[in-house]
Design a binder for this molecule. Structure first.
Ligand code: CA
Length: 251
């Protein structure tokens, strides 16, 4: 029975309000666009497609996830990504690109993409990523951490701040901070962070975690926070430090 429920949940992904999640595929190559749309529909998603940035802009209504090609006939997918980040409730974004350089990957994640897939890819791989990103996006957390470090995260509004100064974080950076802040002093291994943020997505590497943590730490520092607040525990992982280290029994 449980397995049936789980299978149904995967087959007909719904938001917390029970509405089917709408996915917008932005890709100018018809073969890739149609194959993605086909796979997504088969998984139970509501699907819309766009071949240009202009078309995509007109189809963003009610969209929960955008699968976004970077090289489009009328511009770069990065521009759409930047525009989405200014929205109050931005959809999740998976960037799709044939450019697989480290610089593009980092730029994609730092611009606010939730995940990054390099062409060529298998539909199976994309569906696994879509499920992981959406699971993370709809997961609502009720607890609110106390502001002992000067850092605060509010899972309802997804706003983060340090000493009252708001931090402009991507979805992943927010989740990382919220997760570690709520268990201040506890060390999280990269594998634990991957499990918490991406679920069973086997394609996420330690390096991805490092990239997001680095970006998060930079933003905290730029907003006046101490760089050691987001602490690297050599050979183990990361933690949000809270002044004097907590004894092991509290972890
Ligand atoms: Ca393209």
């Amino acid at each position: 029975m449980l397995q049936l429920v789980l299978a149904m949940g995967l087959r007909y992904p719904r938001s917390s309000r029970g509405i089917r999640v709408k996915v917008l595929v932005v890709e100018d190559e018809p073969a890739i666009r149609e194959s993605l749309a086909y796979s997504l529909k088969r998984e139970g998603y509501e699907v819309d497609t766009a071949g240009t940035l202009a078309e995509a802009e007109r189809r963003l209504e009610e969209v929960g996830l955008v699968i976004l090609d970077l090289m489009l006939p009328d511009g770069s997918g990065f521009d759409l990504l930047l525009g989405l980040r200014r929205r109050e409730r931005p959809p999740a974004v998976i960037v799709l690109s044939s450019r697989d350089s480290e610089a593009d990957r980092v730029a994609g994640l730092e611009t606010g993409a939730d995940d990054y897939i390099v062409k060529p890819f298998s539909p199976r791989e994309v569906m696994a990523r879509v499920r992981a990103v959406l699971r993370r996006a709809v997961r609502e957390r009720e607890e609110r951490p106390s502001p002992a470090t000067g850092l605060t995260t509010d899972p309802d509004t997804r706003r983060a701040a340090i000493h009252g100064a708001s931090l402009d974080l991507t979805r992943v950076e927010f989740d990382l901070l919220h997760c570690m802040l709520h268990a201040r002093g506890r060390v999280f291994t990269r594998a634990q962070l991957i499990e918490k943020l991406w679920g069973d997505n086997f394609a996420i590497t330690d390096r991805t975690v490092d990239t997001h943590v680095k970006a998060l730490r930079r933003k905290v520092t730029e907003a006046g926070g101490d760089p050691s607040l987001i602490e690297t525990v050599r050979g183990v992982g990361y933690r949000v430090s809270d002044g004097p280290l907590q004894p092991a029994s509290d972890m």
